[in-house]
Design a protein around this ligand. Structure first.
Ligand SMILES: [Zn+2]
Length: 131
């Protein structure tokens, strides 16, 4: 049992997609295509702060091993973990101003756009609700 599986069983990760994947992951790991990652992000709009290209390329360049050097066997779980970190990013938005032109409000929200540029938004300009 690896760490991911241990965490999963400990109930830290409760996700039906991950569960389904675990059921079929006994086979040899097959890295996802960029399209698969994009599709997964599209199907799970709550996953924010990570672009498919960024995630995929990072692991593809690294040969699909994690920071410990272990093979990535559950990329969906990695992606979810990455997105969760994004929500509790150590970057303090309080130190930034809203990125909208002509807006000088203090930022309360940050994100990464399609071109991987970090942006900051104030209370007025932050996204309302989902998407
Ligand atoms: Zn603003």
């Amino acid at each position: 049992m690896d760490k991911q599986e241990a965490e999963y069983i400990a109930g830290k990760v409760l996700d039906k997609h991950v569960l389904e994947y675990h059921k079929t992951s006994k086979k040899r790991f097959k890295p996802p295509t960029l399209e698969e990652v994009e599709l997964y992000l599209k199907e799970n709009p709550e996953l924010k702060g990570v672009t498919a290209r960024d995630f995929w390329k990072g692991y593809d360049d690294g040969g699909w091993v994690d920071t410990q050097g272990n093979p990535v066997r559950n990329w969906r779980l990695k992606l979810r973990t990455r997105c969760n970190y994004g929500h509790t990013s150590e970057v303090s938005v309080a130190d930034h101003k809203c990125s909208r032109s002509f807006c000088t409000e203090d930022a309360v929200h940050s994100g990464v756009d399609d071109t991987n540029q970090k942006y900051y938004l104030c209370e007025t300009h932050k996204p309302k609700g989902k998407l």
